[in-house]
Design a protein around this ligand. Structure first.
Ligand SMILES: [Zn+2]
Ligand SMILES: [Zn+2]
Length: 81
């Protein structure tokens, strides 16, 4: 109940999660998810390395290493417009 925060500068690796990392770089919740499921729940995280593979895009991965925009473009290749 003090304003003093002990902080080693280690936060959970799951993006958007600001809990202190307690194990392998994850907070308790996310570490449990990894332990139980072998991966994090998709809705609950975006890995920092999860960026679109298209050079210079920089958007977050939506599917198959592509962002939503590029994924749709790839998928829509067979669709003549
Ligand atoms: Zn976390
Ligand atoms: Zn992209």
């Amino acid at each position: 109940m003090s304003s003093y925060v002990k902080n080693k500068g280690l936060l959970c690796k799951a993006q958007g999660c600001h809990q202190n990392a307690v194990c392998k770089g994850f907070c308790t919740k996310h570490y449990q998810q990894l332990k139980l499921r072998g991966k994090l729940l998709e809705k609950d995280y975006v890995f920092i390395q999860g960026f679109c593979k298209i050079l210079g895009c920089g958007r977050k991965v939506f599917a198959k290493d592509l962002c939503q925009t590029h994924y749709k473009k790839t998928k829509g290749n067979s669709h003549a417009d």
